[in-house]
Design a protein around this ligand. Structure first.
Ligand SMILES: [Zn+2]
Length: 285
């Protein structure tokens, strides 16, 4: 900690002197876990799952909303660590629940209620950066790796390396549809996605504290933690404290962090005036 602090003081000094770019976070390393899938597999599996998921969801096709969310997500993806060429693609779901979800390979779904509940662009950026964190740390295919290992054993799995392991998952009836176990992360994976997301906020010029501000909004809205968001992203112990503790290690505080934008305000306003999808008809007896 002492060393980190003095490094951070040195970085502040160099920054003042104009020697360093404002990226003190460069030295922080994030390493994805053991994975039998390749990053290309992640993209392919994500594409297949996105096609299936899209059929089940009410998606918003408003060009203005999509352009804004894609541009914000793209700016964050540009500073993501371990980006193996993932095809970051963004969808906005017409749902009144606060949630966001990522498929392997970079397919990110943000519910409209998430955008409507964010108080500024930085908070929305925090949610998207967290999802991109799951993508670059490859949490979904890491879960699939663990499942294959558990079902097949190491010997068999080793013999299958380089083959179409996605087909194996399909044979086992396992997929990346929303709600499936592969997309319900562990508290440790949540901590990691928070850490990567906080780092990305900082590198993209946002106040990294926006991440905890948005968690506070979700906690306030769903005190029982029974909503989908917590099923997909179970809150780790001391979540806020862990994020707060990471911030000083990122580098010198940004002199003028971005918080909001006119585009965010316009998009939020546009969504607030958009109708929710009709409730499905009750099934006939
Ligand atoms: Zn998460």
């Amino acid at each position: 900690m002492g060393e980190l602090q003095s490094r951070s003081h040195l970085a502040s000094l160099l920054l003042l002197l104009g020697v360093l770019p404002p990226f003190g976070a460069e030295q922080i390393q994030f390493k994805p876990g053991w994975n039998v899938f390749s990053p290309k597999d992640d993209i392919q599996l994500g594409q297949q799952a996105a096609a299936q998921n899209d059929r089940q969801l009410a998606l918003i096709d408003d060009v203005g909303v999509l352009t804004y969310v894609s541009s914000l997500g793209g700016r964050l993806a540009a500073v993501a660590p371990n980006n193996e060429g993932y095809s970051f693609t963004f969808r906005v779901v017409n749902s009144p629940d606060i949630n966001a979800c990522a498929l392997p390979g970079g397919f990110i779904y943000v519910n409209r209620a998430t955008i409507e509940s964010a108080q500024d662009e930085a908070q929305l950026a925090g949610v998207i950066a967290h999802e991109e964190g799951h993508v670059v740390m490859r949490h979904a295919t890491q879960r699939a790796t663990e499942l294959l290992l558990h079902r097949l054993g190491f010997g068999v799995l080793e013999g299958l390396l380089g083959q179409n392991l996605g087909a194996r998952l399909t044979e086992m009836g396992v997929n990346f549809l929303f709600g499936s176990t592969l997309l319900k992360y562990s508290p440790d994976e949540e901590t990691q996605a928070d850490a990567v997301g906080t780092y990305m906020l900082y590198r993209a010029g946002y106040d990294p504290r926006a991440m905890t501000q948005f968690f506070a909004i979700i906690r306030q809205k769903y005190p029982q933690q029974t909503t989908e968001y917590f099923l997909d992203h179970p809150a780790p112990e001391r979540r806020m404290e862990k994020v707060e503790a990471e911030i000083p290690q990122l580098g010198p505080p940004l002199a003028n962090p971005k918080t909001d934008s006119t585009e965010f305000r316009l998009t939020k306003d546009r969504l607030l005036h958009m109708p929710l999808p009709p409730k499905p008809e009750p099934a006939q007896q």
